[in-house]
Design a protein around this ligand. Structure first.
Ligand code: NAP
Length: 233
């Protein structure tokens, strides 16, 4: 039976770069996001560069937990080897001055969807040679003023995943590994989504930043290693 790597938030940025990098290794992929046209063009691109890789796309708004649960039911017809919870977004602004609806949606995606998918993956795949990689952030280890709610969501991601990793290490029957990738600034759609500025300028905002291609390579290095945390600075 074919085995698949699931990547959420695969329509742009780090997720799309990771999808191409895993496809380059011949891996079969299930790619999830809301924007169908971007996922379809990524699937077409992978068919050109890695025709042996089977790519399934699933359109899903993961900020709604009922969708997350329905998605997991759909994934039951596939055998999974890894789940990469990458979908997430930032919300820049001072607490009390931010768009609360956006903050709630961010928590629904960055925290709730990730917790549900990680838990269901552990329930169904803990005893198999599998990997869960959750994308946190440097902000999951460092609280920065002006990005506090976002950092708090990523503290959850880091704590949950590292805690699960310890739990798995103590469970003699568990073969699953749980890992955290904690990217530093990476040029993607993240800046525009976090600030609401479609012209967000990474050069003006950061002295140095990574490309999504570099971040995908860090992700593959983490995938190949036995480390629990892949922190990047
Ligand atoms: P990005 O280019 O904005 O990608 C975010 C991905 O998440 C997109 O594919 C987006 O797809 C998906 N997504 C957003 N809302 C969604 C929803 N409700 N349901 C399903 N999918 C959704 O940003 P990125 O930088 O690659 O972000 C990837 C991860 O890296 C995030 O968890 C982010 O917090 C983390 N990170 C990024 C940086 C950075 O500097 N870029 C630094 C640290 C951590 P659709 O819009 O098509 O749904």
């Amino acid at each position: 039976m074919k085995k698949y790597i699931v990547i959420t938030g695969a329509s742009s940025g780090i997720g799309a770069a990771a999808a191409k990098a895993f496809a380059g290794r011949g891996e079969n992929l299930i790619l999830i996001a809301r924007r169908a046209e971007l996922l379809q063009s990524l699937k077409d691109e992978i068919a050109q560069i890695a025709p042996e890789s089977d790519v399934v796309i699933k359109i899903c708004d993961l900020a709604r937990s009922e969708n997350v649960l329905a998605l997991w039911d759909e994934l039951k017809s596939y055998e999974l080897k890894a789940l990469i919870n990458n979908a997430g977004f930032g919300d820049f602004g001072l607490v009390g001055e931010q768009d609360l609806q956006k903050t709630v949606k961010m928590i629904d995606l960055n925290v709730t969807a990730l917790a549900i998918l990680s838990s269901l993956f552990a329930r169904d795949y803990k005893r198999k040679q599998t990997q869960l990689i959750n994308i946190s952030s440097v902000g999951g280890y460092f609280l920065a003023p002006g990005v506090v709610p976002y950092c708090a969501t990523k503290f959850f991601v880091s704590a949950f995943t590292e805690g699960l990793s310890h739990e798995l290490a103590q469970d003699k029957e568990a073969k699953m590994q749980a890992k955290v990738l904690a990217p530093a600034a990476t040029k993607t759609e993240f800046g525009s989504v976090a600030t609401g500025d479609a012209d967000y300028d990474y050069d003006a905002a950061f002295k140095r930043y990574h490309s999504s291609l570099e971040m995908a390579e860090f992700l593959l290095t983490l995938y190949d290693s036995d480390a629990c945390v892949g922190a990047v600075n």
